[in-house]
Design a protein around this ligand. Sequence first.
Ligand SMILES: *Cc1c(COP(=O)(O)O)cnc(C)c1O
Length: 566
Amino acid sequence: MSEFREAVIDLGAVAANVVHLRAAIGTPHFMAVVKANAYGHGAAPIARTALAAGADWLGVADLTEAHALRDAGIEAPLLAWLHGPDTDFAPAIAADIDLGISSARQLSTVADAAGRLGRVAHVHLKLDTGLSRNGLNGPDWAEVFALAAGFERDGLVHVRGIFSHLSNASPVADDEAVARFTTGLNLAAAAGLTPELAHLASTAAALRLPAARFSMVRIGIGLYGLSPFDDASPRELGLAPAMTLRASVAAVRRVPAGAGVSYDYLWRAPEDGNLALVPLGYADGVPRSASGSARVNINGRGYPIVGRIAMDQFVVSVGQDRVDVGDEVVLFGDPDVRGGRVGAGAERGRLGGCRRHDQLRDRHPDRAPRAAQLPGGPQREQGARAMNRRVIPDAAAMHSWGVRVAAGLRSGDLLVLTGPLGAGKTTFTRGLGVGLGVRGAVTSPTFVLARTHPSLVGGPPLVHVDAYRLQGAMELDDLDIDFEHSVVVVEWGRGLLDGVAESWLDIEIERPTGALQTGPAGAAGSARASAAPGLDLDVDLDEPRTVTITGFGPRWAGFESAWLGE
Ligand SMILES: *Cc1c(COP(=O)(O)O)cnc(C)c1O
């Protein structure tokens, strides 16, 4: 039986959170922080929603994320603040991305790139006011401000903002940071800088430390409807959680008193009773620390998770209640859970730990689980139907998943594959070829734009397209592919399909780590460009991949995650 699990994102909740927070905080400017794939909620749809609801800035950590937003057609003011030592800033300056600057060296590199481009780079100088992570060191402020003022006079740089980040360690520490930040602003003014924006507060300080608000706040966790405080729930803050993680019961069984459950028998049934198996595990973001203490809702009632949470499943004790296979299990989305940010969720006895996990995700952006798009709020992203995310452990599994997906495809279906080199796109497509029963080895289509593999079993041919060198939808159209009578797989095809196709399935494969990551310049193409053409890196599928599937258009309107094969 197919298992059902999904994360559902309520964009209406995000919009309502923005409206509420804007009104409550009252700064002239409001930055929606959408780093780490919008904390796992989907960067582009969240960004669009937040902007439509009144945010006027977007913030991300690195330039890869920033370029992805620009590539998605989002033109709003956008700041990226975390850069590797060898970052080439030219593409970011050309894409009108504001740059957070944490050192004199970075500032000079940016000015240099701006000079070569003949454009002005917009920067926000980041002051270290006590967090000691990154940012300009207090003793260097005056010197860097003078340097920046010089670059401004030369027309290379414009200092649009000055900012810092709080530790939230204690009210005293935060007050000190506010004072230090104010000193920095005064020094900057003395150096002749006239930044339009001063920003210090993220969600917690924006809500509770009015002195930290300045002209803009940077709101992350609050946008998603979670509480940054241990002593206040989202509901108490007027926020609505945007993500619901749910699944259906995959199996039920009755056990006698004393039966051990899951690995290591951490839990034994105190009496005869019913257990329900839920097909979600730590690979899906359910923290292992929630083993034996967290609760989930089944059919609207709360029950404890018992025993150890495994990679892909956990067990719930429902006592004497009757639960059936297929009943709905809801893991998060509870507006009464406090402390989204700090503290272990486990001892709170709720899935607060999942929120903590959200925070962990933002230090591992490549692992950020994808969010879903099912129920329609008014703000739902245009045309996106459904989403499903899964973890594929290795190359063999990627191949056989391709075989299974093929079973659900028919003539006219179009798939868009996105993912860095070595992500497993070709391995997946090879599986598709096997599943469709087509002739010819499916290889990376690097040297040709499109390769057609005819069917050996009277089915549709598989057309494998490499869109990397295509300039746009027109050129894809020019390839004269018989979309209607084929199954078409387009690698690097994101953004090319509008106007060409009515429906498509977007499949994104992410690798958690690995040497062949997207370059700092961000565009997926930069990783691509630096690798030898024709090299089939898919053979190196040595770490789990996270795959996210989204259906666009009428073909996938009734799209069921179950279809994707298990
Ligand atoms: C993540 C981040 C934020 C948002 O923080 P929240 O606590 O989620 O609101 C703001 N500013 C910077 C620099 C960040 O890295």
